[in-house]
Write a protein that binds this ligand. Structure first.
Ligand code: WTA
Length: 665
């Protein structure tokens, strides 16, 4: 693809290297800015000011304007009991109504809501009318299984339309969903079913992945085996790969038998603003994954607004986000954000694979996709394969490129802009988290000059800052903790079943001297002299592998649950493609020998305890691990060793200094 490479200057040295050296800033294309809702920084700054001066009317006006309410709310925000926020109390709404029913009264009824493509190339399309019908049927099927308001339903699904339909059906009847990524193991699924007290599981016989059909239902059977999850009464199974599937009578039902015959009428349950919408498990620095709780109205508003702002969505856009519905990005930006805005959302079951390295670009060409949202790890993999693959496709339909999940290195940013966007599409680097519900720091395509590698500025209403351990703002270009000072509608409400953990992990880690509560994201960042945010990555014991969040403690406890391992410490190591890779240091039980077979066994063991994404890339054995006198593993030392660097800094607290030499050797 050829195109104007840079919008700001017209010199001839348009190489990626020269641009990076000059730290050039890219202005929004004029044609885009002219049409955009937020078309310059003055409009943006006015919004920021309004939110600061009068947050209640800022958020209240938006909530009234952007969502349909069955009953208006009485109060915008109740922050009288921090860190527990209540948004839009007294109001009643339903996100399934906002994503479907409200569009049926408009010309969007016959607009495509979802375009889905399976890996084998099968395509299914749903207009808003059709999607509404499917969701109503599924909702009635759930009711027929005895599921009602407040009952938690777990989804363990491949990327098929039924995943989105099931989420919307749960929301419709007020049953919170808990989507568990289909790549997690039976063990991981079981933990989440037990923790959430799930009443039902929706799954599929399997899905297609990298030219193979991968069964899924057996993992559900294994998770439920031996009466491990007594709360689960039914399992609803979508037939996707047509493989022989064991069905337990009384418990298991085929989707095509139960759902298809249901009535296509099912009115959306009026939900209180603060009723739970979903629980989504994510990794933290300690213990088991935590169930992040999001509630109805605030999450709906935030997913809706952010989607509208960051992509400046237009009626004719065809939008594609490559995430999996098992992650927050799939929740907010495949399903809820796009549908709440009446957009056309594309969903793809497959992935680029040796038989089809250009799978993504082919899809963009075929469906004339105008907005493409993916992860830096994918971009780096494409970069490595060279531009000859994407250059075979016509991607002139693209107008915006988004990225999410991890810091994007400036080289990948530039490659994305130049090779995929032909130099014409702004790159929207969006920083956010499962906990924040939606994007927090991101360029606005019509307004924000971008710098490669920076997520730029906080969205209106988001008071982000970089602070020291006392909660004081640090100077420009000084590193610190990334925090959010004020509550926002999409914020998580608690950790399911563990309020203490919610307080401690996010709100009590940093306590400013004035006693205020500030939200600590777990990331390190710096703000440059122009106020641009540069997110550096996690500062806690969470690692980010190909945009997937994993707790080092989770992997460690999986390793020590193997009979050969007595102790384990896991750290991340910088990786060119994956962002970070997983390095494990293990101490073996006496009499055990460290060899290739054991390494393979340990990797497989972690795969079955958590899922293949958590398998260590490198396992090293050591007689002992570097610990402080109080027994804390000194990860700083292990991180340096894993990176092949000299151990610097203070090692005086090491209990046994000879450990260092052994580890080096
Ligand atoms: C990281 C994914 C830098 C960050 C939406 C965060 C990013 C964690 C970016 C959340 C970005 C996400 N730049 N880092 N644009 N986006 N991260 O909960 O470390 O799966 O804390 O949510 O991903 O991961 P999560």
């Amino acid at each position: 693809m050829n195109g104007r490479l840079f919008s700001m200057s017209s010199d001839s040295s348009n190489t990626i290297e020269s641009v990076l050296q000059e730290q050039r800033v890219f202005l929004p294309p004029k044609a885009l800015a002219d049409k955009a809702r937020i078309g310059n920084l003055t409009v943006y700054k006015d919004m920021v000011q309004k939110a600061k001066d009068d947050p209640d009317s800022f958020w209240g006006d938006l909530a009234r304007k952007e969502l349909k309410w069955f009953k208006p709310f009485d109060r915008v925000l109740d922050w009288s009991n921090p860190p527990f926020a209540r948004w839009f109390d007294g109001g009643q709404t339903n996100i399934s109504f906002n994503c479907l029913d409200r569009h049926l009264e408009t010309s969007r009824a016959d607009k495509e809501a979802l375009i889905w493509e399976g890996e084998p190339g099968d395509v299914r399309r749903f207009t808003y009318k059709e999607l509404h019908l499917e969701v109503c049927r599924a909702a009635n099927a759930l009711k027929a299984l005895g599921i009602g308001k407040g009952d938690l339903v777990a989804l363990y699904m491949p990327m098929i339309p039924e995943a989105a339909i099931a989420m919307l059906a749960c929301a419709r009847i007020g049953a919170p969903h808990s989507v568990v990524f289909g790549g997690f193991s039976a063990e991981a699924l079981r933990d989440r079913l037990i923790d959430g007290n799930a009443k039902a599981v929706i799954t599929a016989d399997g899905g297609f992945r990298k030219d193979k059909s991968v069964p899924l239902k057996p993992a559900v059977d294994a998770a439920l085996g031996n009466g491990a999850c007594p709360s689960v009464q039914s399992v609803l199974v979508v037939q996707r790969i047509n493989t022989p599937t064991a069905m337990q009578s009384g418990r298991d039902h085929w989707w095509h038998e139960l759902v298809t015959d249901q009535s296509s009428e099912c009115s959306a349950e009026p939900m209180e603003s603060e009723d739970r919408l979903f629980v989504l498990y994510t990794s933290g620095s300690t213990g088991k994954p935590k169930g992040v709780v999001h509630t109805t109205a605030g999450y709906n508003l935030w997913a809706h607004l952010t989607f509208k702002w960051i992509f400046d969505i237009r009626e004719e856009d065809i939008y594609w986000c490559t995430a999996d519905v098992g992650w927050i990005t799939g929740h907010s930006y495949i399903v809820y954000g796009p549908l709440s805005n009446g957009a056309t959302s594309v969903m793809y079951e497959g992935a680029p694979r040796p038989s089809k390295p250009g799978a993504f670009w082919e899809l963009i060409q075929k469906h004339k996709i105008s907005i493409f949202y993916t992860a830096p790890t994918a971009i780096r993999a494409f970069m490595k394969n060279g531009r000859s693959v994407p250059d075979q496709f016509d991607m002139s339909s693209l107008r915006l490129l988004g990225t999410v999940g991890e810091p994007i290195n400036p080289e990948a940013w530039m490659w994305y802009r130049e090779v995929i966007g032909g130099g014409l599409c702004p790159v929207i680097d969006t920083w956010w988290q499962t906990e924040t519900g939606g994007v927090m720091i991101s360029p606005l395509p019509g307004a924000t000059p971008t710098k490669p590698g920076s997520a730029t500025f906080p969205l209106p209403g988001i008071d982000a800052d970089v602070v020291d351990a006392n909660g004081n703002s640090v100077k420009p270009n000084e590193g610190g903790y990334l925090v959010i000072r004020d509550p926002w509608p999409g914020m998580m409400r608690t950790v399911h079943g563990n309020e203490q953990r919610f307080r401690e992990s996010y709100w009590e880690y940093l306590r400013p001297s004035d006693g205020s509560y500030i939200y600590f994201a777990g990331d390190g960042a710096r703000c440059d002299e122009d106020g641009y945010f540069w997110v550096m990555g996690r500062v806690d014991d969470v690692i980010n592998v190909s945009g997937h969040r994993l707790g080092t403690m989770e992997i460690e406890s999986a390793l020590v649950s193997h009979p050969a391992v007595s102790e384990a410490a896991v750290v991340g190591r910088q990786d060119e493609l994956k962002g970070e890779s997983i390095v494990a240091f293990v101490t073996l039980e006496s009499g055990r020998e460290f060899n290739d077979q054991l390494v393979q066994d340990l990797r497989a063991h972690v795969g079955s305890e958590i899922g293949p994404i958590a398998r260590p890339d490198l396992i090293k054995s050591s007689d002992a691990l570097p610990k402080t006198r109080s027994g804390k593993i000194m990860r700083r030392i292990l991180r340096a060793l894993a990176a092949g660097k000299e151990v610097s800094g203070d090692t005086s607290t090491l209990e046994d200094r000879s450990v260092l030499d052994k580890l080096r050797g």
